[in-house]
Design a protein around this ligand. Structure first.
Ligand code: ADP
Length: 492
């Protein structure tokens, strides 16, 4: 179906007295800009399946305009003292906090998320700007002692124009995670949010402009991956790409970046383990395991969806997890699957499991009655003792689905935890803290939480293995959006 067909379907379907859909244009060089091709996409609420606002269907011509604006804007921004850039980013954070209700409604309309989840994500989006506005002022190069005859030092310089391509699961949050450190270092950004959930990122750019971010530093071009993301990553003036999304697209963009010899940060999928030993606080561990698929209905790349439990307590832990999940209410405690394609994918995974003789302990279906039936809600699901070779145990489902296995001892637990192509995060629960740390050091993943240790904006985040490379969050992200220059002066 072409873009025009999709737009036609949405607008043509509004025969009843419904208000015409609102349109969200691109945000380029500090202003709303209609798409060069004149086409728009409908959006759709996954909570009700009803059509919503329309977004600009971008093309390479829009990307060209945005990259030109970004390219013109960044040198003056980078030349300003860090303290001034920090002040502007604090003002952006203030504007986001003041506009939180509007950002929340835009996010709710395209994702159907619960109130609690929305609050968490909007607050964290604001916090990214505050954090990077703060640490930016402590970001310096270093001097290198080469003896009395020389003065050598490093500078952390921006790349120039960054292309930020983000997914639909945590729209404003993923955008803020990339934009705040990229801007802090002195770059300009052209953001390409997911075509399913673009509106909050466009509004963020407008709020930033209104808060005093100079024109051209934060541009948002909406549209599909091939129509907008492709031309963005390929544009000769884009000097780095920050990508969050699927392994398939990440692999493709790594190829594009490889050809162009530009760096790319890839934050891809995961099939992360939660390892529970018999001596752990079993209730807290069970709550964490259930919470992992409740949060955003498992549509989080870092969700710990492989529950590995010591044999002697496996059944007890799994029973506690199931009991917790069965109390959850759709629309109140967890949201819908955000895209229709993803909803179908989760249901297809259930169908495949059934064909292979796997029966869930709970869930394994969408809602066909009650409040969940109106939207793309999937019942929180647990499959126990899934064979390690089965796709359910190996592939990311990106839905509220937990699979379990049992282990016999520490070595067995470590081997199981690492038996994955992915390596994004892991969670370990044990009453023996030294053992917890041994496991954490042995697990091949970018982040490991022991006994519920917090993972925050301050803690660097990124993948091992097929989960990608580069680091978001923490001071590491600032370094990832900067390139180091050495300057050396002879004093002789
Ligand atoms: P998902 O399948 O979960 O939607 P994707 O990797 O397809 O994950 O999407 C993540 C982001 O990447 C979205 O903004 C999407 O539009 C974009 N994207 C998809 N395909 C491409 C592509 N070929 N080039 C650049 N960006 C793309």
């Amino acid at each position: 179906m072409s873009i025009t067909d999709i737009t036609g379907t949405a607008t043509g379907a509004t025969s009843a007295p419904a208000a015409p859909p609102r349109r969200h244009e691109h945000w380029i060089n500090g202003a709303a800009v209609p798409p060069a091709g004149g086409a728009y996409f409908p959006t759709r609420s996954p909570a009700t399946r009803e059509p919503g606002d329309e977004i600009a269907a971008g093309t390479a011509a829009d990307v060209e305009l945005a990259v030109a604006a970004a390219s013109a804007a960044w040198p003056a921004w980078a030349a300003r003292p860090a303290a001034e850039r920090a002040d502007v980013l604090h003002a952006v954070a203030d504007a986001m906090a003041a506009g939180a209700a509007e950002l929340t409604e835009l996010e709710r309309a395209t994702t159907g998320k619960t109130d609690g989840q929305l609050k968490l994500e909007i607050d964290m989006s604001v916090a990214y700007f505050r954090y990077y506005a703060g640490v930016l002022r402590a970001l310096h190069g270093r001097t290198i002692d080469l003896g009395a005859g020389a003065h050598a030092y490093t500078r952390l310089e921006p790349y120039g124009v960054i292309g930020a391509i983000t997914p639909w699961n945590l729209p404003l949050n993923q955008a803020s995670r990339a934009l705040a450190p990229a801007l802090a270092v002195g770059n300009a950004v052209v953001a390409k949010p997911s075509e399913f959930t673009s509106t909050s990122t466009v509004r963020l750019a407008r709020l930033a402009t209104e808060a005093g971010l100079p024109d051209g530093l934060l541009n948002v071009v909406t549209g599909t991956g091939p129509e907008v993301g492709g031309p963005l990553a390929a544009h000769p003036l884009v000097r780095k790409v920050a990508f969050t999304g699927s392994v398939l697209t990440g692999r493709h963009l790594a190829g594009v970046a490889g050809d162009r010899l530009i760096p790319v940060t890839l934050e891809l999928g995961g099939k992360s383990p939660v390892v529970v030993f018999a001596d752990a606080d079993l209730d807290r561990a069970a709550a964490a395991a259930a919470g992992a698929i409740q949060a955003n209905s498992g549509q989080v790349c870092s969700a710990t969806t492989r529950l590995l439990v010591e044999d002697s307590v496996h059944d007890e832990v799994v029973a506690r997890v199931v009991e917790r999940l069965e109390r959850l209410r759709p629309g109140v405690d967890f949201g819908p699957i955000i895209t229709e394609a993803q909803f179908d994918k989760v249901l297809a995974a259930f169908a495949q499991a059934a064909r292979d003789g796997l029966t869930p302990l709970t869930g394994g279906a969408a809602y066909d009655d009650g409040p969940g039936a109106a939207g793309q809600y999937v019942r929180p699901t647990v499959y126990a003792d899934v064979p390690p070779t089965h796709p359910l145990a190996r592939e990311e489902v990106f839905g509220p689905v937990l699979v379990t296995r049992r282990f016999s001892d520490e070595a067995d637990a470590l081997a199981m935890a690492n038996d994955s192509d992915y390596g994004l995060v892991a969670s370990v629960w044990s009453g023996d803290v030294a053992r917890g740390l041994r496991l954490a050091e042995g697990i091949q993943a970018g982040q490991v939480a022991v006994n519920g240790g917090p993972l925050t904006i301050e803690t660097p985040f990124g993948g091992y293995k097929s989960s990608g490379y580069g680091r978001e969050k923490g001071l590491e992200a600032l370094h990832d959006y900067a390139q180091t220059k050495t300057i050396s002066l002879s004093l002789g």
